[in-house]
Design a protein around this ligand. Structure first.
Ligand SMILES: Cc1cc2nc3c(=O)[nH]c(=O)nc-3n(C[C@H](O)[C@H](O)[C@H](O)COP(=O)(O)OP(=O)(O)OC[C@H]3O[C@@H](n4cnc5c(N)ncnc54)[C@H](O)[C@@H]3O)c2cc1C
Length: 382
């Protein structure tokens, strides 16, 4: 069993940490306050190959492994969870299904520019009536011979307001006019009948846009079916299985950022004539966060390693996301406690970590849905 990084991963971690410190952290508070998409950082991250980390080089990616992917999300999220989430969404939710299920032509047309960071991608699954119950899609697709017509609304779509290419899910209308088999489609922002609706005003990850997508007789070419007819649900679920590793890494970054902030503050703040780091109550909180962050890291890296080695990882990815997301909320809460009243103020980044932490328990499957996946696999003996 090997717990160390390869020399390449070690070097990458150093580079990405410097980048996060110099380019991501300095604007994190401002982009959060103004709910501003960080285009300047996105352009720099594109140049570094961060939008196609695991995509093979022939399709414009960096051709790196999943551990490297986790390192990138963790280090960036430690500085700014919005920015970490932007990379996670494009890599996991758009580039991955394109690479896994796309034809060579689809990959050349859509994956290559996305992996190079010239275009952004999004994943349109959730609808007003289809959240955890993702199979209950109301969006329809009609087969019109040489094209499809899509009608429906998607909500809460990460990067929906800035995406050029969206992996969109809909049910194919049967000859009897009923909603039939679920399919995945590639929709462009320029597709006739496509528009961006409400942009959400969120509690956390405020710099990553979250938007409604509207399709009114949205016309897409027949070639833009992703995978086979009826493969949509499988594509959605497999994409989310992998996506959960990215969210676990985002949660890990928030937890580590909270711990680092708490340690720094505890060593500086003096009460009763000594630094608060000398009080056992503070030390125990730090010890618990430190230990649980390491446990979350092991679960996250293990799921990435399994995915990298083409081994089953559905249960492990759900465990990593469940544990890391529950931990990061706890870590941020306790870090605020260690900061006392100052932790409640906007002057310290810890209140942002606290607001950002909550989303990791909700998107790409709530904690309850992760438990459902884990228990189902356990009972089936998978
Ligand atoms: C900021 C943000 C970004 C998002 N980005 C995307 C995106 O890019 N693409 C996309 O498609 N979606 C996205 N989502 C949607 C997200 O995945 C859903 O919000 C999430 O899956 C939960 O669905 P819901 O909100 O409808 O809640 P519901 O499904 O209505 O759940 C409400 C509550 O009921 C619980 N519950 C539901 N079913 C069960 C069950 N069977 N057993 C036990 N408990 C259950 C849930 O755990 C939760 O506590 C995003 C959401 C947010 C907030």
């Amino acid at each position: 069993m090997e717990f160390g990084y390869t020399p390449e991963q070690k070097m990458f971690k150093k580079v990405i940490r410097e980048f996060a410190k110099n380019e991501v952290e300095p604007i994190a508070t401002e982009i959060d306050e103004n709910s501003r998409f960080p285009w300047e950082t996105v352009k720099k991250m594109a140049k570094m190959g961060l939008f196609g980390i695991t995509v093979p080089k022939e399709y414009g990616g960096a051709g790196a492994d999943y551990i490297t992917y986790v390192i990138a999300i963790e280090e960036i999220s430690k500085a700014c969870a919005s920015t970490g989430g932007i990379i996670a969404a494009v890599n996991s939710l758009a580039a991955w299904p394109l690479h896994q299920y796309g034809t060579h032509e689809q990959k050349m047309k859509y994956l290559l520019p996305m992996a190079k960071g010239d275009t952004l991608g999004a994943f349109g699954l959730t609808e007003p009536e289809a959240g955890s119950d993702a199979f209950n899609q109301q969006t329809t697709a009609e087969d019109k011979g040489d094209h499809y017509i899509l009608n429906g609304n998607k909500i809460f779509i990460s990067g929906g307001d800035v995406a050029d290419t969206i992996i969109m899910f809909a049910k194919l209308v049967t000859k009897r006019g009923k909603r039939g088999r679920m399919c995945a489609f590639i929709v462009e922002k320029t597709s006739p009948g496509f528009s961006v609706g409400v942009k959400e005003n969120k509690m956390g990850i405020r710099a990553s846009g979250t938007a409604e997508l509207v399709m009114q007789d949205c016309t897409i070419p027949k070639d833009n079916l992703l995978g086979e007819v009826g493969q949509g649900f499988e594509i959605a679920m497999n994409t989310l299985d992998g996506g959960r590793i990215g969210i676990a890494a985002q949660a890990l970054g928030i937890a580590q950022g909270s711990l680092d902030a708490a340690v720094k503050y505890a060593k500086e703040r003096k009460q009763f004539g000594s630094t608060i780091s000398r009080f056992q109550s503070i030390q125990w909180m730090l010890a618990d966060i430190y230990t649980e962050t390491e446990a979350a890291r092991l679960l996250t890296y293990k799921s990435a390693w399994l995915k990298q080695n083409d081994m089953p990882y559905s249960t492990e990815a759900a465990q990593a996301k469940l544990y890391a997301s529950e931990l990061c909320e706890k870590a941020a809460t306790q870090a605020i406690q260690i900061h006392g009243g100052y932790g409640y103020m906007k002057d310290y980044p810890i209140e942002r970590f606290f607001r950002d932490s909550k989303i990791t328990q909700i998107y790409e499957g709530t904690s309850e849905i992760q438990r459902l996946v884990i228990a189902t696999n356990l009972l089936k003996g998978i």
